[in-house]
Design a protein. Structure first.
Length: 234
């Protein structure tokens, strides 16, 4: 299968402080576990680290929100156990895999966050999704998602990363600097099975060129969450 170059269109829906999107795949039933989904969002907070998320409150339901009455939906929705979830640094992608869901059924999800001072965020946007079959863990027969090393590295700006997908799935790709700060969101979207190339032109999220230093390209695809190191030399 030939290579395809990709510059994702951003598929994230942003509303208030958070965005949630679905990362799910539909592998062969012989190595799949019950229907599930990976929800991915950007950790809110102050990039300087002064206001960090302490905990999350995630709720899901198969019932649609009636009009603008989000609060009633929230109170009636199922609360997901997030007690073991340690939030990441502000502006970094975070995620959770939900299992035991019913395939072929529409689900709705909303996320809130709270800081150490017990300041709660507003409701996130409503994520709507139909669960897929989430890849089993530790099965040697499962086809793998393979992320290559950045080429070239070191680079004066432009680089590309190869990505091999065993099945169609949603992919999220972002670039961070060595301090964990978001440098550039490469976007998210559905990609087909086969070989792909993820490209970064060396520009920053707010414009301008990335300075010399170490960067990391993070790729989330299915149950894979991988970071690859990249060196920029100007």
């Amino acid at each position: 299968m030939g290579h395809h170059s990709h510059r994702f269109h951003t598929a994230r829906i942003t509303l208030l402080t958070l965005s949630i999107l679905l990362i799910a795949c539909t592998p062969k039933p012989s190595w799949a576990i019950p229907a599930g989904a990976r929800l991915v969002w950007t950790t809110p907070g102050d990039n300087g680290g002064k206001a960090r998320v302490l905990a999350y409150d995630l709720r899901i339901s198969t019932n649609v929100i009636q009009g603008t009455d989000t609060l009633s939906w929230w109170k009636a929705a199922t609360k997901i156990d997030m007690t073991a979830k340690i939030p990441r640094m502000p502006a970094m992608p975070d995620s959770i895999v939900l299992g035991g869901l019913n395939g072929g059924v529409w689900y709705y999800a909303i996320l809130r966050s709270v800081d150490a001072a017990q300041n709660w965020s507003d409701f996130s946007n409503v994520a709507t999704f139909v669960p897929g079959m989430v890849t089993g863990v530790g099965d040697d027969n499962a086809p793998e998602v393979v992320v290559g090393s950045p080429r070239p590295s070191p680079t004066s700006g432009r680089t590309e990363v190869s990505l091999s997908l065993p099945a169609p799935m949603a992919v999220l790709a972002v670039v961070y600097d060595a301090q964990g700060r978001l440098a550039r969101s490469l976007g998210s979207g559905m990609l087909g099975a086969g070989q792909h190339l993820l490209r970064w032109d060396g520009t920053l999220e707010g414009g301008g060129q990335a300075a010399s230093g170490v960067y990391y390209i993070r790729v989330v695809a299915g149950t894979l969450d991988k970071r690859v190191k990249l060196v920029v030399v100007r």
